[in-house]
Design a protein around this ligand. Structure first.
Ligand code: 6R9
Length: 655
């Protein structure tokens, strides 16, 4: 999250111009869940609009006040009571949908499980009874450190059912990262597994937990799912999932929770400072994820098969694998492993096997698939797809077009969805039956969300004027309710830059039509000879060259220009050095598309880029390398050895 704003003459340069646009397919538009009138309705009376969406849920007690806004503290649906797990399970079973498949789960080794709504409700009830018997009660925090298996969903919903606050940590984070989060949240129970399958092998999870809980007495028990059967150490506090959950009763009477009771804490991906425990509550959160899931993915729960390839340890997994889809009674696919195991067509094989109709993934994955080549997806039948989504980073126009053409068959709308752990749910996105999508643009606030771009004085930027800071003008139901245990940091981080506005920490621009283009984190903006240049625009220009698969650029201190642009590129052929000729060609290519100011001063070819588990490029680490510093904290990287590999490229200076 940004703690600063860029300085310089202008707010943010607008260099990239893109004029392609794709109207929605006529049949999709005709049948769309949400049509253009939703924007008008929401504009007319935003609170009435959100009340209408809240009514789509099952409430045990209605609310008296829609919104209690005491800036920057919001309470939504005050006085209302509901249970998130009942909304995701019981009400569907009661409506006769018990036999509908909730989860099609695919293990990495090829094992699979199919779970109906009735079965999932039973399993969640059993788990709720089991964790209650372990002494967990409403308000307690439960850490979940699991592979991508159905028990992870069961554990989350069991917590929600009894009102315990879940805190999912990416499997694969180090024991230190886990320990830090256990301390911050004071978790009472940890739910984990012996391991999970990743890259063709059982990877272990339990040892990191053993280490993390060793000197943390607040953790009373460690509940362990057997997934791989690998040997693990067994300690006094450990309990097998199959010993307590399997024999537990499938009867569980859920309590109705207050709309503002905490549902979960999610630590932000932490590309910058110390992770923040983002707090989400129940009623408003569920209202907005339920609505946006239906509106943005246009899901028809009777016929669609939806797959979100994100990890559950990321907010995307919470909102759009678990709560949004299950609240809508949708059928989901869940996959345990990596996209290249046992072969690079695994994702497309899954889409073919389950006849997936809606798929949602990160731009980083899409760019990796571009690098592997379009002949791989071409071997599979992807004709079932009707909507494809992107989340996590700006999608470069080239990656968008590749995705649309090679995965979407040229006629499938791409929904580029902007949101954050903090926003809880999708905020800016095209609606697939309404919007003519532009490659690289997230377009506009979804109905009920007031997104804007302002200059450094907090004044709204006019259409076509250029770039600035992304803000949200009005409170929204799924907004964070604070940072766990740190009210001051909540105010400072999000509400201090522009009085009364939520500052997202992202740069954005508004085009002539008023549509929004995300430009990357404000902290990453490069200041070259007095111009603020966005990382996104330069990276998109590099990726639009046929020899480049992925790119990350950073500003490194430079005596002459203030900062000089240093680019790290992954070449399509996988070469690990950029020959002088190509270097010149790439610089000219960027200069030609964006202007000479944006030409990178140096370019390094690398085999990989440093990324978090949610696929975000950690430019901070690349800046360390570009400025010849020791590389900072790498504990949230997918692969920490990658920094050594990149550092070795350094002597190859150019220009
Ligand atoms: C959901 C999620 C939030 C940050 C956000 C922004 C970037 C996410 C994006 C996007 C451009 C999109 N981001 N979606 N940038 N276009 N469609 O990613 O949450 O992990 O908290 O990250 O991700 O920079 O501020 P989180």
């Amino acid at each position: 999250m940004a703690d600063s704003t860029p300085q310089g003459q202008e707010t943010l340069s607008n260099l990239l111009h893109e004029s392609r646009s794709f109207p929605p397919p006529a049949d999709l538009a005709a049948e769309a869940n949400v049509k253009a009138d939703a924007y008008e309705k929401a504009d007319e009376d935003r609170l009435a609009f959100w009340e209408e969406q809240a009514r789509l849920l099952q409430w045990e007690q209605p609310w008296d006040t829609v919104l209690d806004w005491n800036p920057p503290f919001a309470k939504w649906f005050v006085g209302g009571k509901l249970n998130a797990s009942v909304n995701c399970l019981d009400r569907h079973v009661d409506a006769g949908l018990g036999d509908r498949t909730a989860i099609n789960w695919e293990g990495e080794p090829g094992d699979s499980r199919s779970i109906t709504y009735a079965e999932l409700k039973d399993q969640v009830s059993q788990a709720a009874n089991a964790i209650t018997s372990l002494g967990v009660t409403k308000g307690d925090r439960v850490a979940i450190y699991m592979p991508m298996i159905p028990e992870t969903v069961v554990a989350m919903l069991a917590c929600a059912r009894i009102g315990a606050v879940h805190m999912v940590i990416f499997g694969g984070f180090s024991s230190d990262a886990v320990g830090q989060r256990l301390d911050d949240s004071q978790a009472k129970l940890v739910i984990t597994a012996d391991g999970g399958y990743r890259r063709g092998k059982p990877s272990s999870l339990k040892p990191a937990i053993d280490e993390a809980v060793a000197d943390r007495p607040t953790v009373e028990n460690v509940l362990v799912v057997r997934r791989t059967g690998q040997e693990i150490e067994w300690n006094e506090r450990d309990v097998w999932w199959h010993d307590v959950v399997d024999p537990a009763s499938t009867e569980h009477t859920p309590e109705a929770h207050d709309a503002e009771d905490p549902l979960y804490i999610m630590y932000t991906s932490g590309t910058t400072a110390k992770p923040k425990g983002i707090l989400h509550t129940t009623g408003g959160y569920l209202t907005q994820v339920n609505y946006t899931y239906s509106a943005v993915f246009d899901v028809k729960p009777e016929t669609d098969v939806y797959w979100c390839a994100a990890d559950i340890g990321w907010v995307t997994g919470h909102s759009y694998i678990v709560y949004g889809p299950l609240a809508n009674a949708a059928t989901i696919v869940m996959y345990e492993g990596t996209p290249d195991t046992p072969h690079k067509g695994r994702f497309w094989e899954i889409i073919e096997k389950y006849k997936v109709t809606i798929a949602y993934m990160a731009p980083t994955a899409i760019r990796t698939f571009m690098r592997w080549g379009e002949e791989i997806p071409a071997k599979f039948d992807l004709s079932s797809l009707r909507i494809i989504g992107s989340v996590g980073e700006p999608i470069n126009p080239e990656a968008y077009i590749w995705y649309r053409e090679n995965i979407g068959g040229g006629n499938t709308p791409v929904v580029d969805t902007w949101w954050q752990t903090e926003t809880g749910a999708i905020m800016i996105s095209p609606l697939p039956g309404v919007t003519s999508g532009k490659p690289g643009a997230a377009m506009r606030g979804v109905p009920g969300v007031v997104a804007d771009v302002v200059n450094d004085e907090g004044k709204s930027i006019s259409p076509g004027e250029g770039g600035g800071f992304l803000v949200i003008r009005e409170p929204w139901p799924a907004m964070l309710r604070g940072i766990w245990g740190d009210e001051q940091r909540y105010k400072e981080t999000y509400w201090s830059q522009f009085p009364g506005l939520y500052f997202a920490g992202d740069g954005a621009k508004k085009d002539e039509d008023g549509d929004l283009w995300l430009l990357g984190r404000v902290d990453d903006v490069m200041l070259v000879s007095g111009h603020n240049i966005s990382t996104t625009e330069v990276e998109s220009a590099l990726v639009s060259h046929p020899k480049v698969a992925e790119a990350a650029v950073v500003g490194a201190t430079d005596k002459v220009t203030g900062q000089a642009i240093v680019g790290f590129v992954i070449l399509r052929g996988g070469e690990e050095s950029v020959p002088d000729e190509l270097l010149q060609e790439l610089r000219n290519h960027v200069g030609g598309s964006l202007g000479p100011i944006a030409k990178p001063a140096r370019l390094l070819a690398v085999p990989e880029l440093p990324k978090t588990r949610s696929g975000k490029i950690m430019r901070r680490l690349l800046r360390d390398i570009a400025e010849n510093r020791d590389v900072g904290d790498t504990s949230t990287l997918t692969d920490s050895t990658i920094m050594d590999v990149i550092a070795k490229q350094l002597p190859q200076k150019s220009s």
